[in-house]
Design a protein around this ligand. Structure first.
Ligand code: 5AD
Ligand code: SF4
Length: 544
């Protein structure tokens, strides 16, 4: 059986896709290698959202090309959004690519690999048809609004998820759960609606069941994923198989987001879905969701968050620009005033909520005045962080055909840097607010940093006798400091928190658990603290 190396570029949706692909292939007997040199099937799960991720993937494709030219027998597959967008054209430009698989077709990947293996195993290789090694939604990517029950294969991969029984002991106790695929928004700069297709919502029962099974396998935190996650809604009794199973459902028009439909008992809104997961899967300590769209985010969701303690008060809700003129050109569908009305409403109902976002600088025609407005908006909202991107024109989008990319790269860079500095100030203030408070931290990793600067003994150290080969004797304090390790995790509001644990063994034991930490210091992107009660958090056998 072949050994696979799978590398992921881009967003959380891709990370989830890769996890599902890996589980699927493992269940069929494939092994996985951590390094590309130790595998004979190389798979790149790619992203088209920004140019940077694409260039990285192409450079990897180039390296594989060289290895194949040098005679190595490798299979190269390009998965995800780049495959979907560039299509078979990519096979012509890069003959080293053996197979292409779009993000909506990943359930067909084993068949594609199999086809390539079979046709190249013989000598000379059998000519294999392009159709046998390509699975793309192609021009059907915006599936018909009447997505029929029988035509649906969009959920296959999610439903086939492997529930790893080692989760509980592996320390990785967070998982992504897809609730919606695709996007109906068509922001002019964005390639997602073309590569991932129209919005399709999974049936709530499937989602709750997936959460339940993840919890049973040891997961304590789920992050629900959708491009515009708050657009989730599912009308019952519409798409049902003959045996009564509900099927994924195409998203309604944006006009559906009016409050009067919320009470409809046949409708599962995003708020109702959150409440169901919270109430029906009590083993989950944290329920989070990504990414929110600032419009169509009703008070019903905020109320569910306010009354359900295990739903994290964390919103990633990209604003993209602080200029109404630019927001309009981006087709974002809201004004700065509406965005602020939303964030004010969030902070009124959930005063300790964390808000994060994305911003694009240098969108076509963006002037200094537009940029100043973005800075004003940043000063107005307590963002814990903002991902800042320089606009890059993406093939296939409206913006690339409609607007000239007229903001020089130098200006984009300057604006990018200026926003980073401003965001660091805002982030520092947000984080400083937590100093003196106690938070729950889900421990995720050892940071590889010794928390106290280890005092390497110098020759001037009186304990070192010249010519002696003995290790200098350390004070008990130095001993403790040298053994101590720093761990890092996240609060329910997604604030990264680091603290010290006496030994590496104890740190390992804490991975994947939630501990109480008293915050003693902060920076623009980080909280520093001290564990409140180490003995209570550790299993009996390793109590210090
Ligand atoms: N150029 C720069 N940034 C982009 N994003 C999406 N498309 C582009 C583009 N063409 C950013 C947006 C989005 C995030 C995922 O990527 O800020 O929220
Ligand atoms: Fe892209 Fe806009 Fe959809 Fe987000 S909401 S995925 S930016 S089109």
């Amino acid at each position: 059986m072949k050994t696979v190396y799978l590398e992921t570029f881009g967003c959380q949706m891709n990370e989830l896709d890769s996890e599902l692909v890996r589980g699927h292939l493992e269940s069929l007997g494939y092994r996985f290698a951590a390094e590309p040199d130790h595998a004979d099937v190389l798979l790149f799960n790619t992203c088209s959202v920004r140019e940077h991720a694409e260039s990285k993937a192409y450079s990897r494709v180039g390296i594989v090309g060289k290895r194949k030219k040098a005679g190595e027998k490798l299979i190269l597959g390009v998965l995800g959004c780049m495959a979907e967008r560039d299509g078979v054209d990519m096979l012509r430009r890069y003959p080293q690519i053996d197979l292409l698989c779009g993000p909506g077709e990943l359930d067909k990947l084993p068949m594609l690999i199999d086809n390539v293996v079979r046709t190249t195993a013989v000598n000379p290789p059998l000519a294999n048809n392009i159709e046998d090694r390509v699975a793309l939604a192609g021009n059907t990517s915006r599936r018909s609004a009447a997505l029929s029950a029988s035509a649906d294969d969009l959920e296959t991969l999610d439903l086939a998820r492997a529930f790893d029984p080692d989760r509980a002991t592996s320390g990785v106790r967070s998982a992504y759960v897809r609730i919606t695929r695709g996007c109906n928004k068509f922001c002019t700069y964005c390639v997602v609606p073309y590569t991932r297709g129209a919005e399709v919502h999974r049936p709530p029962d499937s989602i709750v069941e997936e959460c339940r099974r993840l919890a049973a396998s040891g997961v304590i935190e789920v992050t629900l994923l959708g491009q515009t996650v708050n657009h989730y809604r599912y009308t019952h009794g519409v798409a049902v198989t003959l045996d009564g199973r509900e099927q994924p459902q195409i998203g309604p028009g944006l006009s559906a987001f009016r409050n009067e439909t919320i009470e409809d008992p046949n409708l599962t809104t995003f708020a109702k879905l959150l409440a169901r997961i919270h109430d029906e899967v009590p083993e989950l300590a944290r329920i989070r969701f990504l990414t929110s769209y600032p419009k169509d985010f009703g008070d019903d969701v905020l109320q569910v968050m306010a009354t359900r303690p295990r739903i994290c008060r964390y919103l990633h809700v990209p604003v993209q620009s602080g200029s109404n003129r630019i927001l309009k050109l981006m087709n974002r569908g809201y004004t700065v005033e509406e965005y602020l009305e939303f964030t004010d409403r969030v902070l009124e109902i959930l005063p300790d909520a964390s808000i994060a976002g994305d911003i694009i600088v240098g969108f076509p025609t963006e002037t200094d005045e537009d940029f100043e407005m973005t800075k004003d908006l940043l000063r107005r909202v307590p963002f814990k962080n903002n991902f800042i991107f320089k606009y890059s024109p993406r093939p296939g989008t409206t913006a690339i055909t409609r607007f000239e990319d007229d903001v020089p790269l130098e200006v984009k860079k300057l604006r990018n840097n200026e926003l980073l500095v401003l965001q660091a100030e805002i982030g520092a203030a947000v984080h400083a607010n937590w100093v003196g408070r106690e938070v729950d931290v889900l421990v995720e990793r050892l940071t590889n940093r010794t928390p106290v600067a280890s005092s390497a003994p110098s020759v001037a150290d009186p304990r070192i006798t010249l010519g002696s080969r003995l290790t200098p004797k350390k004070t008990p304090h130095e001993d403790a400091a040298e053994n101590a390790v720093q761990v890092s995790g996240r609060t329910p509001g997604d604030l990264i928190t680091v603290f010290q644990v006496p030994t590496r063994e104890q740190a390992q034991q804490l991975l994947g658990t939630i501990v109480r930490v008293r915050i003693e210091g902060s920076g623009p992107l980080i909280l520093h603290g001290r564990m409140v009660d180490l003995t209570a958090a550790l299993p009996n056998e390793i109590h210090p």
